[in-house]
Ligand binder design. Structure first.
Ligand SMILES: Nc1ncnc2c1ncn2[C@@H]1O[C@H](COP(=O)(O)OP(=O)(O)OP(=O)(O)O)[C@@H](O)[C@H]1O
Ligand SMILES: [Mg+2]
Length: 450
């Protein structure tokens, strides 16, 4: 049993939560629910001893921790899955899986079961952690997290996965509960109810605080001060070849984006979405196994790229980060402040970016992308850590900015893309055969025309 009493949770001088009491019995899975930035991950930080807060009292099976360091909490059996992968890229997968198999304190056959689940999910067992895609890294960390301990804090354990890996993660979490641990989970993605929780705890806001919901529409008025649109923009990419390892992902591909158009890239984890996005932006690839020939009519300054997960410079302020993204143009910074306010985030403007939650950072990155002077925006899974209402709001903001003449290329998982967009061109990278020009549908642009 995980027992938690929160008098008040603070971030600096700001009170994040009112009184929250919860007990998670062994073998139960409880959901901790609240909007982006309410303090869920911070509470997990306090429980796991990464952050200290005297207003939070913890007991596991009636046992109080001897101290408040992460080592004390580890000794007590607390294990934590982070929103973004934390293991070093140089770690060998062999060593990681050996650790999983050896971690049998929950039940003797559990390590073997986990190893089988990992293999069945199709994630590589050889090479290094750094060679996995984002979703595959999250799955590997989930498997490691639940390999032992008595209380598991899983921060968005289903985010970053395509349908198959997501189902494997759901099955794994359900199986983990049966092993007798207490699970406390955060999750923004359960719109389809695929995961059933034993109990749901809603975040308790202090009296003065209220959760803001950004609007889905009305963004165009907020963007008006930015002046003229770029309706004459028209960009082409030709992709004679993109090879990942042995796999020829794109052959004789190419597309044209006009102002206001959007291309969605979907595909299972590891299918090559992030790799293709990097290639389209002419960025260097992280390993030698990728061979890409891409010709883009857009120059580097025409393209804004937001990676997966979005990256902000932690030790400079949010306004400083936005200044970098918006090339310090005052009208754009003013608009950024207005958009942050619309998302209920006006207060973070002068805060160091490192205090932002995962979802808040994602919102700042999207604001940077839509307001940047670049006319092509490339976003790698921008919606994954956002609460459902915020996802819809950011999709509305993107549509508004496209209507003003930008164009966008976005990697997302199939379910999210269906939830947020209807008529945009989708290219699915899972296909048996390589993607060719005609797969880009109405956006098709034959490489030979270049
Ligand atoms: N440093 C590396 N060394 C070896 N292989 C790598 C490396 N980086 C990526 N890969 C491989 O390249 C392939 C494509 O990865 P990529 O990150 O583009 O996938 P993705 O579709 O974006 O997946 P996700 O949905 O999980 O983000 C994967 O099979 C991955 O294992
Ligand atoms: Mg990716």
């Amino acid at each position: 049993m995980l027992n938690l009493t929160v008098d008040s949770l603070r971030s600096g001088r700001r009170v994040l939560s009112g009184n929250l009491e919860l007990s998670v019995p062994r073998s139960e899975i409880h959901l901790l629910r609240g909007p982006n930035g309410c303090g869920k991950s911070l509470l997990f930080d306090v429980i796991s001893g990464i952050h200290r807060d005297n207003g939070v009292v913890l007991a596991i099976d009636q046992q109080r921790p001897g101290g408040s360091t992460s080592h004390d909490r580890w000794q007590l059996g607390v294990r934590r899955l982070f929103q973004s992968p934390r293991l070093p890229d140089s770690l060998s997968l062999d060593a990681l899986l050996e650790r999983v198999r050896a971690n049998t304190s929950v039940a003797p056959d559990w390590g073997k079961y986990l190893f089988d689940v990992y293999r069945a999910a199709g994630v590589s067992t050889v090479g290094t952690f750094g060679s996995l895609s984002f979703g595959q890294k999250r799955f590997a960390e989930l498997v490691l997290t639940v390999s032992n301990g008595r209380a598991w804090l899983l921060d968005e354990p289903f985010a970053g996965f395509s349908a198959t890996l997501r189902q494997s993660a759901i099955d794994l979490v359900n199986a983990a509960a049966l092993r007798g641990a207490a699970l406390l989970v955060t999750d923004h993605l359960n719109c389809d109810g695929a995961m059933r929780f034993d109990q749901i705890h809603d975040w308790v806001f202090p009296a003065r605080e209220r959760a803001e919901n950004a609007p889905e529409t009305g963004w165009s008025e907020m963007l008006e001060t930015l002046g003229k649109t770029h309706s004459e923009s028209n960009w082409t990419w030709s992709i004679p070849q993109l090879t990942i390892g042995e796999r020829l992902v794109v052959r004789d591909g190419g597309f044209r984006l006009r102002a206001g158009e959007m291309l969605l890239l979907t595909g299972v984890n590891g299918s090559g979405k992030s790799t293709l996005l990097r290639a389209l932006a002419n960025l260097e690839q992280p390993w030698v196994g990728i061979r890409s020939q891409v010709k883009a009519s857009a120059m580097i300054e025409d393209i804004f790229v937001s990676p997966q997960p979005p990256k902000l410079v932690g030790d400079i302020s949010v306004v400083g980060n936005l200044g970098l993204m918006l090339r310090s143009q005052p009208a754009r910074l003013l608009a950024a402040h207005r958009l942050l306010n619309a998302f209920g985030l006006g207060r973070v403007f002068r805060q160091p970016a490192e205090v932002l939650s995962g979802g808040e950072s994602a919102i700042v990155a999207i604001i940077g992308a839509v307001l940047s002077p670049a006319r092509v925006i490339i976003l790698d899974e921008p919606f994954e850590s956002l609460a459902p209402a915020t996802r819809k709001a950011t999709a509305g903001l993107l549509q508004a900015v496209l209507a003003r003449g930008k164009c966008a290329i976005i990697a997302t998982h199939e379910a999210t893309s269906r939830e947020l967009f209807q008529n945009e061109t989708r290219v699915n990278l899972d296909q048996q055969n390589s993607i060719t020009a005609k797969d880009f549908g109405s956006l098709t642009h034959s490489p030979s025309l270049n």
